[in-house]
Write a protein that binds this ligand. Structure first.
Ligand code: PMP
Ligand code: GLN
Length: 383
């Protein structure tokens, strides 16, 4: 492994999922649903395969049906107009969109500001692009992980090239507020920064939280690369269909990188996700209602087991503080948890440069069947 990647090793998700299998534990670590998404969308993929749609290289930017569906989704939900011909790019999941955006937009030596704790691929992709990551730490305050806008402002230097945002935020479950996003937008305009915003959890928002794309804020449409993906919204994480929207120059740049990463993304699933994006509102409402109930089931159970719980307003992750259990070190705690009670979780510390900041926090995924969550809660109750 070369020097750029040496620090990254195996992802925590692979390590913890392997531990779940080898110990027979309930896996609340890696975030993937244990129930597939809508049957009719699976049927749409089967039809595409059978009818030979997408079985040979699809168009580089993605099949027109999906690009149209993405453009319609952004217009109908958020009032954002994107030309499906020049301003939408289909990628192999959000993961490729993140990699291609950073490889396309970052010059070696550029600074990239990312919210810490950050999704693990951000750090690795900034490194692959030759950039320097500058973390701005979200800190717990009043039951929520909060962005300190002064800290963000202070992190911008003459070498800052872009901000890499994520809302709803993995792993904390924070949904950035209108005021926070407005301040970020003002800063980006004032300092002439590009923003790459990872909005893969856009449909997984609860209570009174609504998702606000950063691109809708003044001055942002043309300096923002917005990333999303079908994996979370439609519970088909294995299909790896993601997309990017943004101004033509930015999307063209991302496409230049993408063409040498995967060239094109797998064809038949693109047709199926084009249909998924047009599912009736009842689908999206149902997804949120189901996940809200699951969030509360697991959050209540974790509270009863003695954790401090940060009840998330978005994503399918709950962050906890393990200090009330007399524990300090989330990594050691997560390595021991399968033996202690047969549950796997993810330690926050691996998502921090300032590891000590993340040490007492542990993440649990709740995108699991109700009986699985009930079983996990029972197990955690024995701690
Ligand atoms: N960004 C975030 C914040 C995520 O949690 C995930 C899910 N693993 C991804 C990107 C990757 O999405 P995809 O599976 O579409 O590549
Ligand atoms: N996004 C999911 C998580 O955060 C899965 C990530 C992965 O396996 N790369 O757990």
């Amino acid at each position: 492994l070369n020097r750029r990647l040496a620090e990254f090793g195996t992802t925590i998700f692979a390590e913890m999922s392997a531990l779940a299998v080898s110990t027979g534990s309930v896996n609340l670590g890696q975030g993937f649903p244990d129930t597939d998404g809508p049957e009719e969308i699976r049927e749409a993929a089967v039809r595409a395969l059978r009818d030979g749609r997408g079985n040979q290289y699809p168009p580089g930017p993605g099949v027109p049906e999906l690009r149209d569906a993405v453009a319609d989704h952004q217009r109908e939900r958020y009032g954002l107009e994107f030309d499906p011909g020049t301003e939408v790019l289909v990628t192999a999941g959000a993961t490729e969109a993140i990699a291609a955006s950073l490889l396309a937009l970052v010059e070696p030596g550029d600074e990239v500001i990312a919210l810490e704790p950050y999704y693990d691929s951000y750090a690795a992709c900034i490194a692959m692009a030759g950039g320097t990551r500058v973390p701005v730490t979200l800190r717990p305050h009043d039951g929520r992980f909060v962005l300190d806008l002064d800290e963000l402002r202070a992190a911008v230097t003459d070498r800052t090239r872009l901000l890499l945002l994520n809302t709803p935020h993995n792993p904390t479950g924070t949904v950035l507020t209108r005021e926070e996003l407005a301040a970020i937008a003002e800063l980006a305009v004032e300092r002439d920064l590009l923003v790459v915003t990872d909005e893969v959890y856009e449909h997984l928002v609860f209570d009174d939280a609504g998702h606000l794309p950063l691109a809708t804020f003044p001055g942002m449409r043309d300096r923002t690369v917005t990333i999303s993906s079908s994996g979370k919204t439609f519970s088909y994480t294995g299909w790896k269909v993601g997309w990017v929207t943004g101004a033509p120059e930015l999307v063209t740049a991302v496409r230049s990188a993408k063409q040498y990463l995967t060239f094109v993304s797998a064809g038949p699933f693109q047709y199926a996700i084009a249909e998924a994006l047009r599912l009736p509102e009842t689908y999206f409402d149902g997804l949120r209602a189901d996940l809200t109930a699951k969030r509360d089931l697991l959050a209540d159970g974790l509270e009863r087991a003695g954790f401090t719980v940060f009840r998330p307003r978005g994503t399918y992750f709950i962050t906890t503080d393990i200090r009330p259990l007399g524990e300090q070190d989330g990594i050691a705690f997560c390595r021991a948890l399968p033996e202690r009670c047969g549950v796997v979780a993810i330690p926050h510390a691996v998502f921090y440069d300032h590891r000590e900041q993340g040490a007492p926090f542990v993440r649990f995924a709740f995108c699991k069947r109700t009986e699985v969550l009930q079983d996990a809660v029972k197990r955690l109750g024995t701690l």
